[in-house]
Design a binder for this molecule. Structure first.
Ligand code: ZN
Ligand code: ZN
Length: 241
């Protein structure tokens, strides 16, 4: 598998940046996970969006799904077949309502503790509940004996280390420096991500959902105190998994 970081800011983009969006490809198949602001243009540099085997959304916060709106226009103009979007049910989401009204999208409601099989691909995807103010999921994508685990937006949640167990790459929401994290907040800290990677025995850790108002060096320093090889996500970076 190959992971491409389309965008990694949240909850809004840095100057010239994009919010959460990731592309996962393997021989002959491609899925995107989240499509935040600016990500459709980034995705289009790598792959035709209407050719995706699926788009997985962790949740319907705008920094993870904003570019689904212009994607609807692109699909209406270009798609021969409907695009399959997998996401948690969230009746309160305006973007979800727009998706439900698009004839070029098939929307699948996804529940935690389920498995998704993407037609015509070898991807096997398992789903875990995140802890966030709206219904939110995390995804573990496996293919050819390799595993990528993406937490989406979450704070600490039971079973997280088991869900990430042995992942070849853990992509984790580490928005907060330790000083700003609290039990009731919507995200993990960078240090939590590093501890999670250590506990789960993940082979690589990439910390994402970087807030433009917070110092990335602090996050990196705090993560590397626990896990020396911690990395921060950067737009356009690719990882072989
Ligand atoms: Zn977010
Ligand atoms: Zn969120």
């Amino acid at each position: 598998m190959k992971l491409t970081i389309l965008g990694m800011n949240g909850p809004f983009p840095a100057a010239g940046g994009c919010t959460s969006g990731y592309l996962v490809t393997t021989d002959g198949a491609a899925v995107a996970i989240d499509l935040g602001s600016g990500c459709l243009g980034q995705l289009s540099r790598c792959a035709a969006p209407e050719g995706l085997h699926a788009l997985l959304l962790t949740h319907w916060h705008y920094d993870h799904c904003a570019d689904v709106l212009p994607l609807i226009f692109r699909l209406e103009a270009c798609a021969q077949q409907p695009l399959h979007i997998y996401a948690p049910a969230d009746e309160g989401s305006l973007v979800c309502k727009a998706v439900q009204n698009c004839t070029k999208i098939i929307l699948h409601d996804v529940a935690p503790q389920t498995e998704i099989r993407i037609p015509n691909s070898e991807f096997r995807i398992t789903v875990h509940a995140a802890r966030h103010p709206v219904p939110a999921l995390m995804y573990r994508i496996e293919c050819s004996g390799k595993a990528l685990c993406y937490t989406g937006d979450t704070n600490t949640v039971d079973g997280l280390a088991d869900f990430a167990r042995g992942a070849d790459l853990l992509l984790a929401d580490g928005l907060f420096p330790a000083a700003l994290w609290a039990e009731g907040k919507p995200h993990l800290s960078a240090a939590h991500c590093a501890q999670l990677a250590k506990d789960a025995g993940a082979k690589q850790l990439v910390i994402t959902h970087l807030n433009p108002m917070l110092d990335p060096e602090t996050l990196l320093k705090e993560a590397r105190a626990i896990r020396i090889d911690s990395k921060l996500a950067r737009m356009g970076d690719t990882y072989e998994i």
